[in-house]
Ligand binder design. Structure first.
Ligand code: HEC
Ligand code: HEC
Length: 199
């Protein structure tokens, strides 16, 4: 007897749950898009940068997104504009954007590179960088996007590490310093052209 009442009730409750869920999900989707629309002017459509100096942020992991934004807020990571921008969002809003950008596919736009530098950079990248920037710079876990990242941004970040505007681990510093000692700024030019050549 309870069977007859029970079944429709389960159905109704289930339906309600589905409706509530999809409503919340679509509300969140909408706000993810609204929130991230502000970023598109500089970071490109859905986070894939058209250059020249702003980085691609499509496909970066939630962890890397959150630590970057919180480092901008605290001032641990110096920036030209991001500190002011990051301070405008709550942690919940940042998390919504972290999910949004992590789920976007990276579009790598063609950049001007020098073929000889690309070849030189391929070898140097293997020797000095690949250990952490795995899979030829394509693996973005915890590190941001290297393969296909905008050239000017990569140059800025290398300078920021050397000037102390951005913190680096001891191992990171050792390897980056070694490339500088062994090959100088030309070595970095080559590695960056190699990274920028990636499609
Ligand atoms: C006015 C241009 C501008 C806008 C708008 C902007 N950014 Fe940025 N963003 C930059 C620049 C330039 C950098 C490099 C750091 C710096 O100099 O501030 C950067 C760096 C970043 C980084 C670090 C990427 C990495 O690989 O380490 C993240 C993450 C980021 N921005 C997220 C966002 C988000 C999310 C929004 C929107 C809420 C946004 N940005 C809006 C210009 C902008
Ligand atoms: C021991 C590991 C390690 C090595 C070796 C290493 N890196 Fe990194 N690199 C990192 C980590 C970790 C980060 C992210 C730092 C952070 O979270 O702020 C990073 C970030 C970067 C960034 C900034 C990326 C972004 O999106 O903002 C650049 C540029 C970079 N590395 C260049 C290089 C180059 C060039 C080499 C080789 C000469 C190199 N790295 C070698 C660990 C390493």
């Amino acid at each position: 007897m309870s069977h007859k009442i029970f079944k429709p009730m389960v159905f109704a409750v289930g339906l309600l749950a589905v409706l509530t869920y999809s409503q919340t999900a679509s509300a969140e989707m909408a706000s993810a898009e609204t929130l991230s629309a502000t970023c598109a002017g500089c970071h490109g459509p859905a986070g894939s940068s058209l250059g020249p100096a702003t980085p691609t942020i499509a496909g970066i992991t939630q962890d890397y997104f959150m630590s970057s934004m919180n480092d901008y807020i605290s001032g641990d990571r110096k920036s030209t504009v991001m500190s002011r921008i990051a301070k405008g969002y709550s942690q919940d809003e940042l998390k919504i954007m972290a999910d949004y950008f992590a789920s976007q596919k990276i579009v790598r736009y063609a950049q001007d590179v020098d073929a000889a530098k690309v070849e030189k950079g391929r070898k140097l990248f293997q020797d000095y960088c690949e250990k952490c920037h795995e899979n030829d710079g394509y693996l973005a876990d915890g590190i941001g996007v290297m393969a296909g990242q905008t050239k000017q941004y990569l140059h800025f970040m290398v300078n920021d590490f050397f000037s102390g505007d951005r913190e680096w681990s001891k191992k990171q510093k050792n390897k980056m310093q070694a490339l500088m000692d062994d090959h100088g700024p030309d070595g970095y030019d080559a590695v960056i052209d190699y990274m920028a050549s990636k499609q």
